[in-house]
Structures are given as C-alpha cells and as structure tokens.
Design a protein around this ligand. Structure first.
Ligand code: ZN
Ligand code: ZN
Length: 92
C-alpha cells in the first residue's frame, strides 16, 4: 500500500524544509471552520502577518491588498467619528 500524496513539509518555493504553514484563509471567512491554504513554507518564503501567522508567497499579494483595504476602512471610520469643528464653515 502506498500513498501517492506527497507527505512533506518542504517549502513549495525552494524545496527547503518549511517551518511554517500558510495561514491564509481560502474560501468563506465567515465559516465556523474556514479552510486554510496550509501550504508548507520555509522561513525565507514565509511572510509574517501577525503573531504566529504567516502567508506563502502566493498569498502575500492577497494579504497586502487585504491590509490596505482594512487600513483604508479604519481611516474612513476614524474620519467619520471625528467631531466637526463647529462654525468652521463660517470662517473665511
Ligand atoms: Zn522557501
Ligand atoms: Zn497560501
């Protein structure tokens, strides 16, 4: 009996033994148990995105886009919360 499935922790990018797994969520983020990429990645190719969280090179761009979108949403929310200076419109 043999399994054709490759059972290794090797980094997909450079074939070094990976020390991390990609934590990027693929599919429905709202699901109770979201599916993760789970790809093995070595420290060289892992991008740390949080405490004990890493993404593979393939998902780094997705993470960057997600981070930018989240920051813009935060800034927009902060802007909306700022009280407008009263009477500022009347100052020349
Ligand atoms: Zn690597
Ligand atoms: Zn990934």
């Amino acid at each position: 009996m043999s399994t054709a499935r490759e059972n290794s922790n090797r980094c997909r990018a450079c074939h070094l033994v990976g020390g991390f797994r990609c934590d990027w969520i693929v599919g429905d983020r709202a699901a109770p148990h979201p599916k993760r990429c789970d790809r093995p990645i070595c420290p060289d190719h892992a991008t740390q995105v949080g405490p004990n969280k890493h993404v593979c090179p393939e998902h780094r761009e997705a993470w960057e886009a997600f981070r930018v979108a989240r920051r813009e949403a935060q800034e927009a929310a902060e802007c909306a919360q700022k009280p407008r200076p009263k009477g500022a419109e009347n100052v020349l």
